[in-house]
Design a protein around this ligand. Sequence first.
Ligand code: ATP
Length: 238
Amino acid sequence: MPDEIALKVSNLDVHYKDFQALWNVFLEAQKGEIVSVIGANGAGKSTLLNTIAGLLAPTQGAIECLGEKIDGLPPYKIVPIGITLVPEGRRIFPRLTVYENLIMGSYTPRTRSSRNEALKKIYQLFPVLKDRHNQMGDTLSGGEQQMLAIGRALMSNPKLILCDEISLGLAPVVIKSIYGRLRQINQEGITIVLVEQDIKRSLKVANRAYIMLEGKMVLEGEPSSISEEQVRKAYFGI
Ligand code: ATP
């Protein structure tokens, strides 16, 4: 049913000047799903998420979110539709407090009125952020900064979040905890598209997975139907 589709990307081409980074890329996420996109360094995963979030404009193709055409729209018009990016490298504001960082995520008129409610939910999900609400962003550990980046994204009351390499540089125990929270967020009805290099972790959590190689989607399926050999081929092209 068309109204069950949260995100549909079709025939997407993206260029950085003369360099073509994405070729005819497609992706679909049903409402309530966790979809993983995996692929080696430089496969085009971040380019795909940044294009969906409106940070890059496609040269060809279409992106639909919750029934609305969003390709070519700037991020400030995409966020109110219900899509938020948790960017690679967290990009928190280092000289703002945890609380101020979170507030930055609720700048749209729709979310400003429900700010306190959203804040309460985020503090319940990540109690450490409540404990440290007055602490500067750059004094947090890597894991806490990642929680803050996810929390900030949730402040806009999204229906879909795009998570770019949330496990990068974090200890396994921290990654496990963050993935646990992601499941919780998903159980509350938020669709999640994950980009990861941690193949095992992202296949474990996903309902469906896509594999990218050199700017193209080379495989799509339920994680249980994707073999190690297929993953190896996608990563190394052999
Ligand atoms: P990683 O896991 O290393 O972040 P990725 O799969 O996210 O890799 P992208 O960052 O999307 O890959 O990069 C896809 C391709 O586009 C790469 O060949 C990269 O060098 C190129 N690219 C990315 N950003 C730019 C840019 N700003 N200008 C030119 N080329 C870029």
